[in-house]
Design a protein around this ligand. Structure first.
Ligand code: DP6
Length: 363
């Protein structure tokens, strides 16, 4: 089945009542990384992530009937209460690209307010939470205007599909606990087009996992993820990497099913270092880790050796470490983080997060 969700029938023929809707959607941290894409936002390999709780975007859309304008999409966008033309342009381009999925977008005047729970310049990728929050709002608008998408699974699948078109990793953010995106023979129902919920297939230990984000640097990344994906096309290691990601995906699913924290952590660290190795072997090559990222990695590995506590790290496409550990060692890890790792962070900032219950509508 090849879904594309194009639907010319989703145009409003009666009077449009002004309305406001809102979603809060979380960020997620990939354990098996999506790195490399093709076509219209299709991944080169399957990925799997944990859904976060504290790091999220809140997005409110109010809509009313559009008065005549030349612009196909008529929107105003406010970030943290201030008009933001750069983000507005990005969203306008995104909405224009999906107008065949939601043709009613061309009939509305939209005012969008958005804010993040984490500081704007924290070096934390916000595209996953931002794009998923927007997409969830669009699906709710469809639901309210046309009475469609009443089935929860159908609703989330479409929200995930649309989120993917906004930013690949965003498609995993709509589900609680854990989500997988990308076709794999080892996961029934998996697809390149949308993510699926993995909560029911994983061991309870992962449902209370922690992710402390060490803000090693809050500077904006020198190479965006989107540009990094593009550089995979010329990377000599691309083909073996995609094979490796498939193999690790299978191994991670098994570890998450059985509650094998050591295997989970080993794979998380291997994936983090592989991701950065791929950046270092791109053309042009680049390095996003800093001296303090490496110091923190060494300290985490030494701590694990010394204490036997299951503390592991992963990285996204930046210098900041995500510390992954089960709830049972939270107190001990907290002392270690405060004493040894916090001094390596810019302004001593650590964002403490846990696995979360996914996106929620609040208006
Ligand atoms: C390293 O989803 O930000 O975080 O699809 O171009 O928006 P675009 O890229 P993006 O890439 C995320 C890359 C990653 C790994 C992951 O989240 O799987």
């Amino acid at each position: 089945m090849q879904i594309d969700y194009k639907n010319p029938e989703l145009t409003v023929t009666s009077q449009i009542e002004p309305k406001e809707i809102a979603w809060q959607s979380p960020s997620n941290i990939a354990i098996i990384k999506y790195w490399g894409k093709h076509g219209r936002q299709l991944p080169r390999n399957p990925s799997i992530s944990l859904t976060l709780n504290e790091a999220h975007t809140r997005t409110e859309i109010s809509y009313r009937a559009k008065v005549a304008t030349d612009r196909p999409i008529d929107l105003e966008f406010y970030f943290d209460g201030k008009q933001n033309p750069a983000f507005a342009n990005k969203i306008e381009r995104f909405f224009t690209s999906i107008i065949d999925i939601f043709p009613f977008l061309g009939q509305l005047k939209l005012v969008i307010h958005s804010s993040n729970s984490f500081p704007h310049s924290a070096g934390i990728a916000s595209s996953a939470s931002a794009m998923s929050a927007l997409s969830l709002c669009l699906c709710t608008m469809e639901q309210e205007l046309f009475g469609t998408l009443q089935d929860k699974n159908e609703f989330l699948r479409k929200a995930s599909f649309v989120s993917r078109l906004g930013s690949g990793s965003a498609c995993r953010s709509v589900y609680p606990v854990a989500a997988a995106w990308g076709t794999s023979d080892h996961l029934e129902g998996s697809s390149d087009l949308f993510a699926i919920d993995c909560a029911s297939t994983i061991h309870p230990i992962f449902k209370k996992f922690h992710d402390d984000i060490l803000l090693i640097s809050k500077a904006e990344k020198s190479v965006s993820s989107t540009a990094g994906h593009g550089l995979m096309d010329g990377n000599v290691y691309a083909a073996p990497r995609y094979q490796q990601a498939n193999d690790r995906f299978k191994a991670l699913l098994e570890a998450m099913k059985t509650g094998d924290v050591a295997q989970f952590g080993t794979l998380a660290e291997q994936e983090a270092l592989t991701l950065h190795a791929l950046m270092m072997t791109s053309n042009p090559a680049y390095v996003l880790m800093t001296a303090n990222s490496l110091k923190a990695i060494r300290l985490v590995q030494q701590y694990r050796k010394d204490t036997g506590n299951p503390l592991y790290f992963t990285l996204d496409a930046g210098p900041n470490l995500h510390l992954l550990y089960p709830d049972s060692v939270a107190d001990e890890v907290s002392t270690f983080v405060n004493d040894a790792l916090q001094p390596l962070c810019q302004d001593g900032d650590v964002l403490k997060d846990v696995v979360g219950e996914g996106a929620v509508r609040y208006l």
